[in-house]
Design a protein around this ligand. Structure first.
Ligand code: TXA
Ligand code: MG
Length: 316
């Protein structure tokens, strides 16, 4: 299969929507990372997502919709969920909520759970595609399972490290502004739980909820999120964290005062670092040298950046 690169104009969007209506897969830009989209009501399309990524089928997928009203067709919102939707949608927040019975979402999307992960992306091309296709799109990050997430169409279309040749099309809208995946929030025994740190800092969710978030203790043998697998987001090369200088042969990714061969952010800006993270890992990995990364603070978006770096560095 030849993967078509489409512009996010009327013609490109119409072609992308046609592929989706046929049960084919299209990579779509979102503000966080590129997602591998398929019709969430079509079990065959959803199975094709798992197959293209080589993803273990116990990991459920996020359903993308254009707005809260549409989200309410698929999930049941209580008052805190509505408050978060009002504050952060469209945007980099995914909520795991009770699945609305009879919603028509394919069972493979939720991996048979009675909850659904749902998100309203802010990216104009994702919004346009959702409206043009006029249905819910299941979309995990558009990378082979376990590898570095894609923040450009080029990452997605790469036949070696991406999905080129395995999917119908990529809608190319340039680099993603946020650069790390959405923050995932769920509820356990009525208490809000951070399932995955991401593009919206946990502190901001706590401010709206007016209570602290519990953090989820992942069981690596029974992950409820693949981002919780210990080894994930992995480059082919080895990765060393908390490096203040490069060892012989290493390529150093700097941050703030630690200058490397490349830098996440010279000025120590965490939003800039998040936006660059996966692209730098892709580029560093292309050089085939071991990678070292300077320390990044754990506050705000630093939590998501460090989460991805720790998993990328984990033994495989
Ligand atoms: O920013 C993002 O979230 C990107 C863009 C494309 O939207 N998507 C993304 O999807 O990161 P993915 O599949 O790589 O991660 C989705 C996460 C997984 O960790 C999955 O296990 C979790 O959501 N998830 C999905 N449904 C769930 C559910 N019902 N309960 C708990 N976790 C769930
Ligand atoms: Mg992913």
């Amino acid at each position: 299969m030849q993967t078509r690169i489409l512009a996010p104009d009327d013609q490109g969007l119409a072609e992308a929507a046609r592929w989706l209506a046929q049960g084919a897969l299209v990579a779509m830009p979102t503000e966080t990372v590129y997602g591998l989209a398929g019709d969430a009501r079509d079990a065959r399309a959803v199975a094709a997502i798992y197959a293209a990524k080589g993803r273990p089928s116990f990991n459920p997928l996020i359903v993308h919709v254009p707005d809260l009203t549409t989200a309410e067709r698929y999930a049941v919102f209580d008052a805190p969920a509505l408050a978060l939707a009002a504050a952060f949608w469209p945007g980099a927040l995914t909520m795991v909520l009770p699945l609305r019975p009879g919603s028509g979402i394919a069972g493979l999307v939720t991996a048979g759970l009675d909850t659904v992960a749902i998100r309203v992306p802010a990216h104009p091309a994702a919004q346009a595609l959702l409206r043009c296709f006029d249905g819910p799109l299941a979309a995990p990050s558009a990378n082979p399972s376990g590898r570095i997430s894609p923040t450009t169409a080029g990452h997605v279309a790469d036949p070696e490290t991406g999905l080129g040749g395995r999917i119908a099309a990529v809608l190319d809208a340039g680099p993603c502004a946020v650069g790390v995946e959405s923050t995932i929030l769920g509820w356990q025994d009525g208490a809000p739980v951070l399932l995955r740190p991401g593009g919206i800092a946990a502190e901001r969710l706590e401010a709206v909820l007016d209570r602290p978030l519990a953090s989820h203790h992942a069981d690596p043998d029974a992950p409820t999120a693949p981002g919780q697998l210990i080894s994930h987001y992995a480059p082919r090369a080895s990765l060393r964290l908390q490096a203040d200088s490069a060892r012989p042969g290493e390529l150093l990714i700097g941050f703030g005062p630690i200058k490397g061969d490349m830098t996440l952010s010279d000025s120590g800006d965490l939003a800039e670092a998040a936006a660059r993270l996966f692209d730098l890992l892709h580029r560093a990995d292309d050089q085939g040298r071991p990678i070292a990364v300077a320390p990044v603070p754990e506050t705000g978006l630093g939590a998501a950046i460090n989460d991805r770096l720790r998993r990328a560095a984990a033994p495989r």
